[in-house]
Design a protein around this ligand. Structure first.
Ligand SMILES: O=c1[nH]c(=O)c2[nH]c(=O)[nH]c2[nH]1
Length: 298
């Protein structure tokens, strides 16, 4: 029986880093979570425990902190991830590939009676910005996105015309609540972009399309969001969404001699619909290994 080592990668997960830019009295903070993983000449560490080509995960963690200082901050998370990946692959001949994943948590300046505070902040919601940079030799891919963008429409959403079977109980509706937590990931073509600008625009376009689309299905809303993004962003080849349909059920108040004209709902948390799709250009360049490492090894 032959046994061999298959795909593998290793590194330090969830390196939490807060960088304070303090060159003026008005501080800027950047709050990120970095997962660094490397691929390379790792046969022998697995088969015989020879660590001579195994850059310790502890060193990877230290590198993240040291580079934030050496490079004068973090900048766009995509640029920081690309620079880290290039550092690991280019500076160590036994490292062939790197996956650098970063989540960014956003903070707002606290508004005081005197105006926005110089160095006091409040966490801005549950939403996180994400990127995964994957590098193999000279090839580099950037997949960015956001998670936990929670949105709700109190009207402008219908659902009817679906097949009815003996198990169908769902009533058709032409006025329901539509609510979801949007997870989006999009693949950039190339690595030289103003990533902060693209991110802000993609997020705004998704919100606009969610609000303005009169929805006949969450699937249709998803597609409208993706189309708006691809029409405005030639630097994006495809965008993938995962959107739970967070059901809001009208409560039957008839036992209390009350009507319920779409005012009182039970917000169910489970189960939820799970609507997922990719919206892509038909002439998009090959994805290569862009998604291979998203979201992770297992
Ligand atoms: O927008 C929706 N899409 C579905 O596929 C679906 N299925 C369901 O029960 N409700 C909904 N709503």
């Amino acid at each position: 029986m032959g046994i061999k080592l298959g795909d593998n990668q290793y590194g330090k997960a969830e390196v939490r880093l807060v960088h304070v830019k303090r060159d003026t009295a008005v501080h800027q903070i950047k709050d990120i979570n970095v997962t660094s993983q490397l691929r390379g000449d790792l046969e022998e560490v697995h088969t015989v425990g020879d660590n001579s080509k195994c850059l310790p995960t502890d060193t990877q963690k230290n590198t993240v902190y040291a580079k934030a200082r050496e490079w004068g901050g973090v900048g766009a998370i995509e640029d920081f991830a690309l620079r880290l990946a290039r550092h690991f692959v280019d500076e160590h001949e036994y490292v062939y590939g790197a996956r650098q994943e970063i989540q960014e948590y956003s903070w707002d300046r606290i508004a005081t009676a005197k105006g926005p505070h110089d160095h006091a902040f409040s966490r801005n919601g549950a939403e996180t910005r994400t990127t995964v940079v994957n590098k193999d030799g000279d090839k580099e891919w950037v997949v960015s996105g956001f998670e936990g963008l929670t949105v709700l429409k109190s009207t402008g959403s219908e659902f009817h015309g679906y097949p009815k079977t003996r198990y169908t109980t769902l009533p058709e509706t032409n006025d329901r609540i539509l609510a979801t937590d949007v997870t989006a990931r999009w693949r950039y073509v190339g690595t030289e972009h103003d990533f902060d600008k693209s991110y802000a625009s993609v997020r705004a376009l998704c919100l606009e399309a969610f609000a303005e689309t009169h929805s006949l299905a969450l699937q249709q809303t998803l597609y409208a969001m993706g189309t708006a993004v691809l029409e405005a962003h030639p630097e994006i080849a495809e965008i993938r969404f995962s959107m739970p349909n967070k059901h809001h059920f009208l409560v039957d108040l008839s036992s209390f001699d009350l009507d319920n004209p779409n005012e009182v709902f039970f917000a169910a948390d489970r189960p939820y619909g799970k609507i997922e799709a990719t919206v892509e250009r038909d002439d998009a360049p090959e994805a290569g290994d862009a998604w291979k490492a998203v979201p992770g090894f297992v």
